[in-house]
Design a binder for this molecule. Structure first.
Ligand SMILES: [Zn+2]
Length: 435
């Protein structure tokens, strides 16, 4: 027992981390056969294997292993005072189809590496320290934000259980039950986590943009997480007509109307940016009906999806007002009808100022290059923060973005991030030598 090592300086088990990443890669590549990339499908075989791997590892380390109705995984090192609010860390274990190995999983592996280091050094926290493997974070499978973390707090609406997975066309209820979960517990609003019982939540995650790589910095302390406002299944209804024989005055052209909306919103976006607002606007899906559209037809139908993101609720709402105004103008001018369909989205979240300072101090102590930056992508940490739990995120430098097979986190950068995370966790959990 290295009782003379200061608790905050106990080395995480990085060999364990390396082995877990390798096993995860083997497990999630194999499932995909010849296609390139990592697939850990939500409430499917890929996510299941990742959860099994983390649970087995935790059993081997002697941690307490529990799950909730949604099959979120909780791996706990008991503290001296079990009644004290717990320190939590973690992230999600699912991935987008043909994604990379680190988005999500890095945060769970980091937590296990920290606890394994503490156990090997014979240190014990004052309060419980729990690593959470969150379910269903990637909305590429079920088009709902934060299914796992919402369920953990009993906040997932019962209707969400009927939503279909986009590839299998089978419901969340069915997939969850098949994996051994309890849809009835979710429908009843069963809460496994209570905000008052959580001292803080820390999520380590790879950076999904190019900021740290371009700046030559190893880690980033996240200031806030963007929320989103989306119309995933919007349509413009016009009239199909002969492209040569229909004069302009007689057209109800769905594509022309949609193009005008898109162009006008680009201008509104630029104007909002000039006024100092930070947001993004993306029309990531725009298409005509492959069965009916033709080069020699005016398009009678155009379908699209629009995604607006910002750290500010006011900016999300302002862009939505611009969208509705542009739609009304295009309807009037082109004689078409827009059906925006269901609006979905998630709330922006601010990260805890004190925890940000603690992460930054840890990075400084370790002479890591770092900066503060916002997260454009959504994370489960946003859900924790919006429950009033002090929450922070640490980004690790990562090349080539995420949600693709070429994520390129260096294990040295990961190690640096895990050490900073461990220092903050040790301080919050008042880690001490076991006696
Ligand atoms: Zn992620």
């Amino acid at each position: 027992m290295r009782t003379n090592t200061p608790a905050a300086a106990i080395e995480p088990d990085l060999q364990l981390a390396r082995a877990l990443f390798e096993q995860l890669r083997r497990d999630s590549d194999e499932l995909h056969g010849v296609a390139h990339g990592i697939t850990r499908d939500t409430y499917g075989a890929g996510e299941q294997r990742a959860h099994q791997l983390m649970a087995q590892t935790a059993h081997r380390l002697g941690l307490e292993v529990t799950t909730d109705a949604a099959l979120n995984l909780y791996l706990t090192l008991p503290g001296r005072k079990r009644e004290a609010p717990a320190v939590m860390t973690g992230s999600h274990l699912d991935s987008v189809p043909r994604g990379g190995n680190y988005d999500g999983a890095a945060g769970v592996v980091a937590g296990l590496a920290v606890l394994a280091g503490w156990i090997a050094a014979g240190a014990q926290p004052q309060c419980d320290v729990t690593v959470m493997g969150v379910r269903a974070e990637e909305s590429a499978w079920f088009p709902v934000s934060y299914i796992g973390s919402k369920s953990a707090f009993g906040l997932l609406p019962a209707e969400a259980l009927e939503i279909l997975r986009l590839d299998t066309r089978r419901s969340l209820r069915e997939h969850l039950a098949e994996c051994g979960g309890r849809p009835a517990g979710i429908a009843a609003g069963e809460a496994h986590l209570a905000p008052a019982r959580i001292a803080c939540f820390l999520e380590l995650h790879i950076e999904q943009g190019p900021v740290l790589v371009e700046a030559g910095e190893q880690v980033g302390v996240v200031t806030g997480i963007c929320g989103s406002l989306r119309y995933r299944h919007a349509r413009v209804l016009g009239d199909y007509a002969h492209s040569g024989a229909t004069p302009r005055s007689h057209r109800r052209d769905a594509v022309a109307a949609l193009a005008e909306v898109i162009a006008r919103l680009q201008q509104d976006w630029a104007a909002m940016e000039r006024a100092g607002q930070e947001l993004t606007l993306t029309f990531g899906q725009v298409y005509t009906d492959a069965q009916q559209a033709d080069i020699s037809k005016v398009a009678g139908l155009a379908s699209f999806g629009v995604d607006i993101r910002s750290r500010s609720t006011a900016s999300l709402q302002e862009m939505e007002r611009h969208l509705l105004a542009a739609v009304a103008a295009a309807e009037e001018k082109h004689g078409v009808r827009f059906e925006l369909g269901e609006r979905t989205g998630s709330q922006p979240a601010q990260m805890d100022a004190v925890l940000q300072d603690e992460l930054q101090a840890a990075a400084q102590d370790m002479r890591l290059t770092h900066r503060r930056l916002p997260s454009g992508a959504g994370h489960d940490a946003a859900l924790f923060a919006n429950q009033g739990i002090p929450t922070a995120m640490l980004f690790v430098r990562n090349g080539n973005g995420s949600h693709n097979p070429d994520e390129a986190m260096e294990l040295d950068d990961f190690a640096a991030g895990v050490r900073a995370l461990a220092q903050v966790m040790a301080g919050r959990a008042r880690l001490a030598p076991r006696h």
